[in-house]
Design a protein around this ligand. Structure first.
Ligand code: S3P
Length: 420
């Protein structure tokens, strides 16, 4: 296959969630252009409407108007966060500062994901929770909060953002330190762009909630985590060149591009300005033979969502790739660590997940077999990309789950030339 053309991927999922949440907290009308309209984004919009924000319909290409209500209102029913961990965790932080009770739940996958990582520090801040075990459903019993200075047990933008939003809504200072590498900093950048004192000092992220959020206008950049799948398809192709325009290239999100370069990929990044402190660029990519890579623990937070894709590319590279300290993948939308290895083996590649380490051996035989996604969108897309190589016969059990983060993925993959 050959790749060609210039395409735009849907808006960034992390920034869309944050823009919706922050706009709901502002008093007045905000406008969000280029927002993601996927199932996860709809989950955030749906629960924020239940909490009193008026949000126009999420339609591709439309500017979303959000009429924020300042303080959120007590919801009449359970808040269903669908498949979205970001919705559940960030909202838990926000609700912790509100004097009412609210119950959060989600789909089967979300209900098995850990929530104590946010409720533990929020409890230290003074919030209370009713929950069985470590997951949803959980009831948030919010109220007045205390400041917190907290050493996070894992580097996670969801924990960090939940605590920052609690500090913002509760009017209390928050200081946080991440253990290994820096997770995505979209919340910090937005709060900084809105004029709040926030920054890193001696390894601590320090935030002062000085004042309220004013309504804002924001253009959401394209999602680099979605772009990564098309970049992967282009690298595996036999000819041509692909341009992805308007992709967000925040340095806490571009870890996969650095690894791909180490693997030998030909990538050109053409800077295209920035949007509310978020850098944007075009990414130009051409097919390249790849070699294996060693991916260190400190790099993981910057490419956490790209590991399924990097792993399938590693299965086509020369030599062995090792991903260190990727245990967090076990608590994503599926046990991604186990399923990456299991599915690579199912299509004839050599891969092993042992403890917190993933090994993938490269090979040239056409991948053939059936892939089990467990409804995990990133597994579906990564293996669909692997299915584009010459001679491949890869059946993905559920391709539609891509809609969680990347509506139109199949059509775009076909459009660039990736599917016979
Ligand atoms: C996200 C943070 C990451 C990432 C997820 C989105 C966010 O999760 O995997 O897809 O928007 O904050 P963790 O914070 O659990 O690492």
């Amino acid at each position: 296959m050959r790749v060609s053309g210039t395409v735009r991927v849907p808006g960034d999922k992390s920034i869309t969630h944050r823009a919706l949440l922050l706009a709901a907290m502002a008093r007045g009308r905000s406008h969000i252009g280029g927002a993601l309209t996927s199932l996860d984004a709809r989950s955030s919009a749906r629960v924020l409407r239940q909490l009193g924000a008026a949000i126009s319909r999420l339609r591709d290409g439309a500017v979303i108007a959000v009429d924020g209500c300042g303080r959120l209102r007590r919801p009449a029913r359970t808040l269903d966060c669908g498949n979205s961990g970001t919705t559940a965790r960030l909202l838990t932080g926000l609700l912790a500062a509100h004097r009412f009770r609210a119950t959060l739940s989600g789909d089967r996958s979300l209900r098995r994901r850990p929530m104590r990582r946010v409720t533990d520090p929020l409890t230290l801040m003074g919030a209370r929770f009713a929950m069985d075990g470590d997951g949803l459903p959980l009831e948030v019993r919010g109220g007045p909060l205390r400041p917190i200075r907290y050493d996070m047990p894992v580097s996670s933008a969801q924990i960090k953002s939940a605590l920052l939003l609690a500090g913002l809504a509760g009017g209390v200072a928050v200081a946080l330190r991440e253990p290994t590498g820096q997770s995505r900093d979209h919340t910090e950048r937005l709060l900084g762009a809105f004029g709040f004192p926030i920054g890193l000092r001696d390894g601590w992220l320090e935030f002062e909630p000085a004042g309220r959020i004013a309504p804002f206008d924001l253009q959401v950049p394209g999602d680099i985590s979605s772009a990564a799948f098309l970049i992967g398809a282009a690298l595996l192709a036999e000819g041509g060149e692909l341009r992805l325009s308007g992709v967000g290239v925040n340095p806490t999100r571009t870890g996969s591009l650095a690894v791909l370069r180490r693997m030998g990929a030909t990538l050109e990044i053409v800077a295209g300005g920035s949007e509310l402190a978020e850098p944007v660029a075009d990414v130009i990519v051409a097919p390249t033979p790849l070699r294996g890579a060693d991916v260190a623990a400190a790099e993981i937070p910057g490419l956490i969502d790209e590991i399924p894709l990097l792993a399938v590319l590693a299965s086509r590279a020369e030599g062995v790739s090792v991903f260190h300290e990727v245990g967090e993948l076990r608590v994503k939308e599926s046990d991604r660590l186990a399923l990456i290895a299991e599915n690579l083996r199912a299509v004839g590649a050599r891969a092993e997940a042992s403890g917190n380490t993933l090994h993938v051996e490269g090979g040239a035989a056409p991948p053939r077999g059936r892939v089990r996604t467990a409804g995990d969108h990133r597994l579906a897309m990564a293996f669909a990309v692997l299915g584009t190589v010459r001679g491949a016969r890869v059946t993905v059990d559920d391709r539609r789950c891509a809609d969680v983060s990347f509506p139109g993925f199949d059509a775009l993959l076909r459009q660039i030339g990736g599917r016979r």
